[in-house]
Design a protein around this ligand. Structure first.
Ligand code: ADP
Ligand code: MG
Length: 662
């Protein structure tokens, strides 16, 4: 599909970055750290690696490029392999978590920043790389920020190593200062003016407003070219928006058959890659692309003339009360708003419809996004730094320091799950936990599943794989009949008060289906891509488990409990006891540690059973319109909570009801 883009008159020689390639190479040759600033679409991501390659940098090691998002890593590596006329996975490849498409031929390697960060665990000097391009650094992802601190040291040890930081226009001065006033180079580029239109009154329903606005644009510019780009927050609102635009357009066509077609194209990370690449294909129809904030700067779309900006995004926010990250819909920053509107002015003057008022832009939006490191749980990060022998986290060179409070809380949490000892030093468990590229609680779960008491590693790794992929269950938000049908079918898979066991059951059934797994998924309202992905993750986790010799007790094979439900539930409780909740009233629970009220997620197995269990553990919290939903819930016994979570619950639960039944 991507080859289609070649048939049009694309000429990389015309890209701003290409035009200054000689200057770029001179600066890179003469400096160790270089900050490159350029408008979206100027060729930073696709051209820089090729420029370095043509200058011979690949002869001293791999040219590595990091991306904050997996989807971008895949999409741009495809594009570059295409431009270089090589097969993806050979000279040009990508590595994202659980998916490696590189070989020993690979000279240009795209990867997520998380992948590179984990590589520093095995090779702190990154010796196989001649240079690293930290792309999209302005996003200030947690992993990028930690890599910056690690590079501070590495640059002294490896004088031959080049670090190139690329950024949209924000933040570049800050990067320069952090790296001893590193040189900044701005790629000259032209942008066209974009008219900004605000709402006069706030919208009540941003989806509805976006749908109406897009149709208005389409109808009133019927004989003009120009694609539409709508910024939404995530898969759910993107799907609804696409559906509604489609429905309304069909209604309009019935009344007036002169209405032209519109290609309505969603774009979010969980979308199948062949649907994703549709956004780059040529079409005679106007395109209406409905995207997450990935289209702000990481993906370059051509021909956009109209932008519709909801002003919102989904963000992982740390909730200190719960000591947990959760996804929330929040307003974007002013800098992002201007990136979004800028997408309309790449090829000609454009228009941006902001679905918010001027005063909410001025008064309610931050100037710049808050870096992830200052709004996330740091358990993972601290575990990783300790594995790099950085014991005193306060001495680590952060570009923006997280608060002392959040460092301390996360260290406490790591201590409470047994990853750190009383002196803050890594325990064996802590060391083993970082062998898996997953959340600390999930790696702990895998490790303890192999303890004699449980012996259920096969089952637990299956469950962990299912928990590591997004959206297993398909449940229509709009079509209530379809929703009922899917809820009914889901019941066939449900197992004894446990979503985790239900996931295990689905995994097992999926594995046993011989032909046409995709059909089977569709019939059962299950997401085929996610399930396929879970099986791949399972294979890799099993390999990691074996490679790291975690099979203690001199067991020959990886342990299994032959699907013994109680053993699995107890094992889950032994790792997830801090996510425990107690029944409160009418389908409501309260988080045991914080007292916060929580609800069961609509797809939860426990919905609709008569007496709800007194205690449950849950995998994660999802926030939807001010309600917190526990996602993936399993009933547990009170006595297990006392046994495994004694630091938190021992006194309380014993004092309250003595010995608990479940
Ligand atoms: P930057 O990183 O500076 O934002 P890119 O290197 O991603 O810019 O893109 C440069 C140009 O290459 C874009 O303006 C677009 O014309 C073209 N391009 C990039 N990716 C694709 C793709 N997947 N399909 C078609 N054209 C693309
Ligand atoms: Mg880019």
């Amino acid at each position: 599909n991507l080859n289609d883009s070649k048939t049009e008159s694309f000429n990389k020689e015309n890209l701003p970055a290409f035009k200054v390639k000689d200057q770029l190479i001179n600066i890179i040759n003469e400096n160790q750290v270089i900050i490159i600033i350029g408008e979206t679409g100027s060729g930073k991501t696709t051209q820089l690696p090729q420029i370095l390659y043509n200058a011979g940098y690949h002869n001293n090691g791999i040219i590595g490029i990091t991306q904050p998002r997996r989807m971008a890593a895949i999409s741009v590596s495809k594009r570059v392999s295409d431009e270089m006329n090589v097969k993806l996975g050979e000279e040009v490849g990508f590595t994202i978590r659980f998916n490696d498409l590189t070989s020993n031929l690979t000279k240009i390697k795209f990867m997520t920043d998380g992948v590179l960060l984990r590589e520093t665990l095995n090779d702190s000097n990154l010796n196989k790389y001649s240079c690293i391009i930290m792309d999209e650094a302005h996003e200030r992802s947690l992993n990028t920020d930690i890599l910056f601190g690690i590079f501070k040291k590495l640059l002294i040890k490896r004088r031959d190593f080049k670090l190139i930081i690329t950024s949209a226009t924000m933040n570049s001065l800050k990067f320069s200062k952090f790296f001893n006033n590193a040189i900044q180079f701005k790629i000259p580029g032209k942008i066209y003016p974009v008219d900004l239109m605000y709402r006069s009154i706030p919208t009540i329903d941003y989806i509805d407003s976006a749908v109406k606005q897009s149709l208005k644009i389409h109808l009133s510019n019927m004989n003009e070219k120009g694609d539409i780009l709508i910024f939404m927050t995530g898969q759910e609102d993107i799907e609804i928006t696409c559906q509604l635009i489609n429905d309304e357009l069909n209604e309009l066509k019935k009344l007036n058959n002169e209405i032209k077609n519109l290609d309505i194209l969603p774009i979010y990370s969980n979308l199948s890659s062949n649907l994703q690449s549709k956004i780059f294909n040529n079409s005679n129809n106007r395109k209406c692309i409905v995207s997450t904030n990935i289209a702000e700067t990481s993906l370059t779309l051509k021909g956009i003339k109209f932008v519709i900006d909801s002003g919102l995004m989904k963000l992982k926010v740390f909730n200190p009360k719960l000591n947990m990250d959760s996804l929330q819909i929040v307003p974007i920053s002013k800098a992002q708003a201007s990136q979004r509107s800028g997408r309309a002015g790449r090829t000609c003057p454009g228009k941006c419809f902001r679905l918010y008022t001027l005063s909410s832009f001025e008064d309610e939006m931050w100037n710049e996004p808050i870096p992830e490191i200052q709004r996330s749980n740091l358990m993972n990060t601290i575990l990783l730094l300790k594995n790099l022998n950085i014991n005193d986290i306060n001495k680590f060179k952060f570009i923006d320091k997280p608060s002392i409070e959040s460092i301390e809380t996360s260290q406490y949490e790591l201590w409470s799950i047994g990853a750190l000892n009383n002196f803050g030093i890594l325990t064996n468990l802590g060391k083993n936990m970082s062998k898996f590229p997953i959340d600390p609680m999930l790696s702990k779960l895998i490790i303890i599943s192999n303890f004699k008491k449980f012996n259920c590693t096969i089952e637990i790794i299956k469950i962990v794989s299912m928990l590591s992929v997004p959206i297993i269950f398909i449940r229509s938000k709009k079509d209530l009949k379809l929703q009922k049908k899917s809820d009914k079918i889901r019941e066939n898979f449900q197992i004894s008060e446990s979503d985790h066991l239900t996931l295990l059951n689905i995994f097992n059934q999926f594995q046993n289906i011989k032909n046409n797994k995709e059909d089977w998924c569709n019939k059962n309202f299950l997401n085929f891509k996610s399930l396929k992905n879970a099986v791949e993750i399972y294979d890799q986790l099993i390999q990691l488990f074996e490679k790291n010799n975690l099979n203690n007790n001199k067991k020959e094979k990886i342990s299994t409990c032959y699907n013994n439900w109680d053993i699995i539930r107890e094992c889950l409780c032994a790792s997830f006891y801090s996510n425990a909740a107690e029944f409160y009233k009418n389908g409501q629970y309260k988080h045991l540690r914080s007292g916060l009220e929580m609800y069961l997620h609509p797809t939860c197995t426990l919905n609709g059973i008569g007496d709800l269990p007194k205690y449950v553990i849950f995998h994660e919290l999802l926030m939807t319109s001010q309600k917190q939903h526990m996602n993936y819930v399993t009933s547990v016994k009170g006595e297990w909570l006392i046994t495994y979570g004694s630091i938190f619950y021992s006194k309380r639960l014993r004092g309250m009801n003595g010995k608990e039944n479940q």
